[in-house]
Design a protein around this ligand. Structure first.
Ligand code: CAA
Ligand code: FAD
Length: 379
């Protein structure tokens, strides 16, 4: 067993750290406060190759492994989880889904531009009545011969108003249940497609979350991903990898909060000494560091499983379940270590605490991860 990162891994990690510190940190508080999408920063992330990291270079991607992706996600998420969710959706849901299940024409037409960040994508599974219970799709894609007629509403869609390409899951044959579902590529300017209001959120406020409405949108047949009725499996297989991205986001939020808490504990004085000299603070730091290390190992294990073409459904779900819990616990304690200063925006930890919560909800809630893990155990 070798826990050593390669020189390439270390270089990617350093590049992501540098980018996060120099390009994302300035303005992150204002973007959060005003719910401002980090448009310029996302453009630069595309130019630096962070939006199509694992895509084959022949389609404009970085050709990197999942471990590199986890390392980069952690560094970006330490500073700005609103930017890292854009990165996660584009890399592990949209690009990965298209690269692994799309036709050559779809890859040439969409993936090449998504992988370079020229455009960004969205992944549209959730609906007002179908969140965790994802097979209950109400959006319909009626087969009309050479096109599908798409009708329905998706909600909570990340990159909702900023994406150019949307991977939309919809029901074609209700009588077949989940085996009647299709995945379609919808372009932003297709007639009948409308972006709804932006959600006003607790955390990841710089990200762009919208409902989407489809009203008689004609989607050409060549925009279907995979075989007829493959849409639900497409969503599940894609989400299995997506969960590694969100686990790494949670890891980054936790390690970002820990770094701030450690620094603050060495600076702040109470009762004549730095608060880091009080054992209560030392023990909090020890717990944080131990949990973060365990979360990191789970993320790297899941990434390694994926890179080695082993089953990563369970390890990815475990990584997400655990890392998101660690993100929540660590950020709460980081605020505590900061005392009253932790409660105000300038010290960053309150934002990280608000951002942490979403990692227990999206790409499958913690309860859903437990369903995925226990089903594997009981198989
Ligand atoms: N790979 C391939 N196929 C899979 C699969 C996987 N990982 N998981 C399930 N399937 C298949 C099953 O084999 C089954 O097919 P067959 O009947 O042909 O064998 C089919 O899918 C249905 O599976 P289940 O019977 O297990 O379905 P279920 O109704 O019990 O639900 C679930 C399973 C795991 C709970 C699933 O509904 C789920 O993952 N829910 C959570 C949805 C979710 O994660 N949404 C995230 C939206 S995207 C997002 O959130 C992005 C973001 O925020 C940034
Ligand atoms: P529900 O499914 O209604 O769950 C409510 C509660 O019941 C949860 O605690 C849940 O764990 C629990 N529960 C439900 N079923 C069970 C069960 N069988 N056993 C035990 N407990 C259960 N979706 C997309 O498709 N694309 C996106 O880009 C996207 N981005 C998002 C961004 C944000 C900011 C948010 C908030 C959500 C986003 N989502 C996205 C949606 C997200 O994936 C769903 O919110 C999530 O899957 C949960 O669905 P729900 O909100 O309908 O909750």
């Amino acid at each position: 067993m070798n826990f050593q990162l390669t020189e390439e891994h270390l270089a990617v990690q350093a590049a992501a750290r540098e980018f996060a510190q120099t390009e994302l940190l300035p303005g992150v508080i204002e973007r959060d406060e005003h719910q401002k999408f980090p448009a310029e920063q996302i453009k630069k992330m595309g130019e630096l190759g962070f939006l199509g990291m694992m895509v084959d270079p022949k389609y404009g991607g970085g050709g990197m492994d999942t471990i590199s992706y986890v390392l980069a996600m952690e560094e970006i998420s330490k500073v700005d989880a609103s930017a890292s969710v854009v990165m996660s959706v584009n890399n592990s849901l949209v690009c990965w889904g298209l690269e692994n299940f799309g036709t050559e024409e779809q890859k040439q037409k969409y993936l090449t531009r998504l992988a370079t960040g020229e455009i960004i994508g969205a992944f549209c599974l959730s609906e007002p009545e179908a969140g965790s219970d994802a097979t209950s799709q109400r959006t319909t894609a009626e087969d009309k011969g050479d096109y599908y007629l798409l009708n329905g509403t998706k909600n909570w869609i990340t990159n909702g108003s900023t994406a150019s390409v949307y991977l939309v899951i919809a029901q074609t044959y209700p009588e077949k249940g989940h085996r009647g579902i299709n995945a379609l590529i919808v372009e932003r300017d297709m007639e009948g497609f409308e972006v709804g209001l932006k959600e006003n959120k607790l955390g990841i406020r710089g990200s762009d979350t919208h409902s989407l409405m489809f009203s008689d949108v004609k989607v050409p047949k060549e925009n279907r991903i995979g075989e007829d009725g493959f849409g639900f499996k497409f969503a599940m297989q894609t989400l299995a990898g997506g969960r590694i991205g969100i686990a790494s986001q949670a890891l980054g939020i936790a390690s970002g909060a820990m770094e701030l808490a450690l620094k603050y504990a060495k600076e702040r004085k109470a009762f004549g000494v730095e608060i880091a000299k009080h054992q209560a603070i030392q023990f909090k730091l020890a717990d944080m560091a131990t949990n973060i290390e365990a979360a990191r190992l789970l993320c790297l294990q899941a990434a390694y499983d994926k890179d080695e073409h082993r089953d990563y459904g369970k390890s990815g779900a475990m990584a997400k379940l655990f890392a998101s819990k660690v993100a929540m616990e660590t950020t709460v304690e980081a605020v505590q270590i900061h005392g009253g200063y932790g409660f105000v925006k300038e010290y960053h930890v309150e934002r990280l605490m608000r951002d942490a919560k979403i990692t227990q909800i999206y790409e499958g809630t913690s309860e859903i991860q437990k369903i995925v893990i226990s089903r594997e155990l009981l198989k």
